[in-house]
Design a protein around this ligand. Structure first.
Ligand SMILES: CCCC/C=C\CC(=O)SCCNC(=O)CCNC(=O)[C@H](O)C(C)(C)COP(=O)(O)OP(=O)(O)OC[C@H]1O[C@@H](n2cnc3c(N)ncnc32)[C@H](O)[C@@H]1OP(=O)(O)O
Length: 289
């Protein structure tokens, strides 16, 4: 198979590159917040989120992620691993600054980019895995649950904590969560805005494995992707689609409605106020550290 090695990436020296000799990266001016590499030996692509300090998902990062996902699939990579360049945060979820006192056109593009990225990831034909090497609240959990396999490092947190910010996780956030966590656990956790510790997440099935280092996490993801070595990729993709088509079609058919619900919710004065207070709390905490 002719695998195109690297399509988009930012080469950044802070990321230790375990397989430097067998991966190739091409810098493109358009990739600001991601590194995208394909391992020559395995054909597995790694998408590294790199938007310090916390990889909060803004319009540009979401757009880059979607482009990388499309490239990985178009170029018939054997699988895709998502991880973070940070040592403590996988992603802090959606960039609250995109939703707090937003500009009309920008916030619409932002939500549309999130929908597109999620549909690309959730519906990807190739095996997908998350090496969760830091906290993964809200949108971070959404990305992780859209993948087929999750491995996490100890002493971090993951979950859908939207209710604590005064916002509501849309149905498609919840349905992916429900794929991996029993319904009763999910309902209780999401209504409470619970963030699971790594150990708790493992216990309820929100993550599949726990390892101590990022290198081990990547190796576990490679192992998962490698488990499809003897499976016909076409049959695999169609079978995966059977499990996921309902949520994908639902969102595809209701994109505009979903956007309007989102806008209606975040533009409520009480929601803006709650978001402002939450952001203020984050900033105060950050200054104290
Ligand atoms: C209808 C809408 C439906 C969908 C809605 C929402 C889905 C979401 O994803 S909403 C976002 C939810 N995310 C969170 O609640 C996480 C908030 N962040 C944290 O808890 C911590 O930052 C985290 C544990 C991830 C990391 O902790 P630290 O490493 O200690 O970092 P700091 O807390 O000091 O943060 C540094 C810096 O980043 C800013 N920050 C953090 N998270 C976000 C965010 N999600 N969006 C924007 N900005 C964020 C934080 O305020 C600090 O800023 P400065 O003070 O300016 O340095």
């Amino acid at each position: 198979m002719n695998i195109i090695r690297t399509v988009r990436s930012v080469a950044f020296s802070s990321i230790p590159n375990r397989t430097l000799s067998t991966t190739r990266s091409l810098s493109t001016p358009s990739a600001q917040y991601t590194a995208f590499e394909v391992n020559d030996k395995t054909g597995i692509a790694t998408l590294t989120l790199n938007r310090p300090p916390v990889n909060s998902l803004n319009l540009e990062l979401l757009t880059e992620m979607r482009n990388c996902l499309k490239d990985a699939e178009t170029n018939k990579c054997k699988g895709l691993i998502i991880t973070s360049s940070s040592n403590s945060v996988f992603t802090a979820g959606l960039d609250l600054l995109e939703m707090y006192q937003p500009q009309d056109e920008r916030v619409k593009s932002f939500w549309t980019a999130l929908q597109s990225m999620w549909m690309e990831l959730y519906g990807s034909k190739i095996p997908t895995a998350a090496a969760i090497n830091g906290h993964a609240p809200a949108g971070g959990c959404l990305i992780a649950t859209a993948c087929e396999y999750r491995v996490m490092l100890p002493n971090f947190t993951i979950g859908l904590n939207e209710t604590l910010i005064g916002i509501v996780a849309p149905k498609w956030f919840v349905s992916a969560f429900l794929n991996v966590v029993p319904r009763r656990v999910a309902e209780q956790a999401i209504t409470q805005g619970k963030l699971f510790t790594t150990a708790e997440a493992h216990n309820v099935g929100l993550v599949d494995d726990v390892v101590n280092t990022k290198e081990e996490a990547i190796a576990k993801c490679e192992q998962f992707i490698g488990s499809f070595k003897n499976v016909n990729p076409y049959a695999r993709a169609l079978t995966k689609q059977q499990f996921r088509i309902k949520e994908l079609q639902e969102l595809e058919q209701q994109r505009e409605k979903d956007l309007q619900i989102f806008l209606g919710l975040i533009m409520q004065p009480s929601v803006q106020k709650a978001m402002g207070i939450y952001l203020e709390g984050l900033k105060k905490k950050s200054k104290k550290q």
